[in-house]
Design a protein around this ligand. Structure first.
Ligand SMILES: CC(C)(COP(=O)(O)OP(=O)(O)OC[C@H]1O[C@@H](n2cnc3c(N)ncnc32)[C@H](O)[C@@H]1OP(=O)(O)O)[C@@H](O)C(=O)NCCC(=O)NCCS
Length: 231
């Protein structure tokens, strides 16, 4: 059996290594900076997790909480995240999780990205949040852009029914739904800067606050079983 990465909450002392992970993972000029991660951990320490494997960091995920209405379009990553710093964008009362950053290096054991994402799901379930959303990249779109619009690209499937884009496949397998295209979302030449809204509705969310305490143990158990089956 392949050894798994250990997922844990990040601390300030991880920042230098997190930046190493970022630089190994993202195309040139797209990685988050040290200033961004210092700010994210300071603003919302529970919103940054790292994956540790054989004594080094191989992955990181960062998210914030916000109020969000699905009918209101997200404009750009920079606007939604206060330029990646989260000072003005994180709302501790927000009922929606907004994914800011997810990275797993080529050295990370398989499923590290999915397991980091699951940690965000665990947070949402534990805190009874409505949903998680993020703007995903579509890094293979450039190869198809002379043949189809980004909307057509997102709808197109391989014969076995999977989306053409590796990143969209990744999020779809993790249970997220594909939403609308967001032009100019993130400066990424491979995606021609198009993003796609990805949505996960928390199946355990309960509106009635009195019911929360009753439902929570079942929600946590249900999620645990789901992870055991999936990973
Ligand atoms: C997306 C990412 C976190 C996935 O991490 P991971 O540990 O490889 O994920 P898993 O092992 O759980 O899943 C593997 C799947 O990731 C998908 N994937 C997503 N982006 C990918 C990429 N750039 N290259 C290869 N596979 C990618 C593929 O669908 C792959 O499955 P497949 O090979 O069967 O098609 C990682 O590839 C990464 O850091 N990419 C660059 C940064 C990025 O784009 N982050 C997401 C921002 S929205």
């Amino acid at each position: 059996m392949v050894e798994k990465a250990r997922i844990r909450q990040a601390s300030m002392s991880d920042v230098a290594e997190i930046i190493h992970v970022e630089n190994e993972t993202w195309p040139l000029g797209e990685a988050a900076t040290e200033e961004m991660f210092r700010s994210r951990i300071e603003v919302f320490p529970q919103g940054v997790f790292v994956a540790e494997y054989q004594g080094r960091l191989v992955g990181v995920v960062a998210f914030q909480r916000m109020h969000y209405n699905l009918d209101t379009p997200i404009s750009t990553w920079r606007e939604a995240t206060d330029n990646g710093m989260t000072r003005a964008s994180h709302n501790p009362e927000g009922e929606t999780i907004f994914g800011i950053d997810l990275s797993a290096t080529p050295l990370a054991p398989p499923k590290t990205g999915t397991r980091l994402l699951a940690e965000v799901g665990r947070y949402a379930i534990y805190h009874n949040l409505k949903r998680g959303i993020l703007g995903g990249r579509i890094p293979n779109y450039r190869q198809y852009s002379n043949r189809m619009t980004p909307e057509e690209y997102l709808e197109a499937r391989y014969a076995r029914g999977e989306p053409l884009d590796p990143e969209v496949r990744f999020y779809k397998r993790a249970g997220l739904k594909i939403g609308r295209v967001i032009p100019g979302y993130f400066d990424d030449p491979d995606s021609l800067s198009y993003g796609v809204l990805l949505i996960w509705e928390n199946p355990f969310y309960v509106k009635n606050r009195v019911l929360v305490a009753l439902v929570k143990p079942f929600a946590i158990l249900g999620f645990h079983i789901y992870l055991r089956i999936k990973m």
